[in-house]
Design a protein around this ligand. Structure first.
Ligand code: CP3
Length: 346
């Protein structure tokens, strides 16, 4: 049976476009908050196939979405490599930081396969239950973004330590990026073997870098991941999400050979349609704050996105993940609006 998201990634133009949301599962859903209570530690939740399968499928049961995204986290990779990772309520992730070259020795891939096993059981379980016309999206964090958490030790950061390391000692920093890249390749190959149809690579911190750094730490590792995986799975579809990368998005598309690019809500729709969409499938980019607010401003913005991007291959999404506190009603209204969109605003 056809999956609209994979059809669009094969360059088919579908009107109205398929739709899914980053963080479509999670705290804004009452059924997620209830399920989440069964496990105090968030990583244990991710490592429990029974809970993670349910969390993945919750938004699919509630709404008419075209894709499910694996319920997990980008920080599984450092955790599976032996770095200490935990989540503090209200603060987000905390890691025992890798401050420099000499700390790299704490990372080991010896137990990696074993550590990721429950995630792969989640992938297989979701695959069995997901309707055949829905795409299943696997993911990883891009090496640069994962390295930001590994080196800074937290999400709320000015990134001064990682930027200093990358510029003062690029050879040893490249070792860290290499470790994350190689293990991300292993991880994604397993996800694909277990049944995901598409991979999204989240590079939430890519906007921090100048063009040269972007080339070295974002484009090259992402290009390697995609090329290595396509040696085994020819033309496998990838969506890249180089958040806040501005004009660097164009080079990112051309060099990494992503199939699609997920654009954040700072990207100009005109530029996306005229320049980016001739080279790539576009996904995006409604502001998650407008989804939180809802009402007429949300519909006007959604209509504007559709008017600009519906003439090329396009997947409707947000510019970043659904925010906790987003009313479920707004999500329902947005999906209904997109599914009924006929090319005009009334
Ligand atoms: O999109 C989905 O619905 C799939 C699941 C998913 C999660 N995290 C679940 C999650 C995905 C794809 C991610 C990716 C992720 N994780 C990113 C990249 C995308 C982005 O948001 O920029 C990043 C940077 C992380 C790291 C991370 N995980 C942070 C910064 C936080 C704390 C912020 C927060 O919302 O609490 C997490 C925790 C996290 N990951 C939660 C969920 C549902 C909340 C934890 C909880 O329920 O207690």
């Amino acid at each position: 049976m056809e999956k609209k998201v994979t059809e669009v990634l094969n360059k088919k133009i579908i009107k109205p476009p398929p739709i899914w949301f980053m963080r479509q599962a999670g705290r804004y859903l009452p059924e997620y908050r209830k399920l989440r209570k069964s496990c105090s530690n968030f990583l244990d939740f991710c490592y429990s196939p029974e809970l993670a399968i349910k969390a993945t499928l919750q938004p699919m049961k509630r709404y008419d979405l075209d894709a499910a995204i694996l319920f997990s986290d980008i920080l599984i990779i450092p955790d599976a490599l032996g770095q200490k990772v935990w989540f503090k309520e209200g603060e987000g992730p905390i890691l025992d930081p890798i401050k420099s070259h000499s700390d790299l020795k704490i990372l080991s891939s010896n137990c990696f396969r074993e550590r990721i096993d429950p995630i792969l059981r989640t992938v297989s379980g979701v695959k069995k239950e997901l309707p055949k016309n829905k795409a299943f999206i696997g993911f990883c964090g891009a090496p640069w973004t994962v390295a930001v958490y590994m080196v800074e030790g937290k999400g709320k950061t000015d990134c001064s330590r990682i930027l200093k390391w990358a510029s003062k000692d690029p050879e040893s920093f490249a070792k860290l990026i290499g470790i994350v890249t190689d293990n991300s390749i292993r991880y994604l190959l397993h996800q694909i073997r277990c049944g995901v149809d598409v991979i999204q690579i989240f590079d939430s911190w890519s906007g921090l870098l100048n063009a040269e750094q972007f080339q070295q730490w974002v484009i090259l590792p992402t290009k390697k991941i995609i090329a290595e995986i396509r040696k085994k799975y020819t033309n496998f579809p990838f969506i890249g999400f180089p958040r806040l990368a501005g004009p660097n998005v164009l080079d990112y598309i051309i060099e990494t050979k992503v199939t699609g690019v997920s654009i954040d809500d700072t990207v100009s729709l005109h530029w996306a349609a005229k320049v980016l969409q001739t080279k790539s499938v576009i996904q995006g980019n409604l502001s998650n704050k407008l989804l939180l607010e809802g009402g007429q401003p949300m519909k006007i913005a959604a209509n504007n996105i559709l008017n600009n991007l519906h003439n090329g291959p396009f997947i409707f999404n947000l510019g970043h993940g659904v925010l906790p506190g987003t009313p479920v009603k707004n999500v329902e209204k947005l999906i209904e609006y997109i599914k009924n969109w006929k090319g005009y605003y009334s």
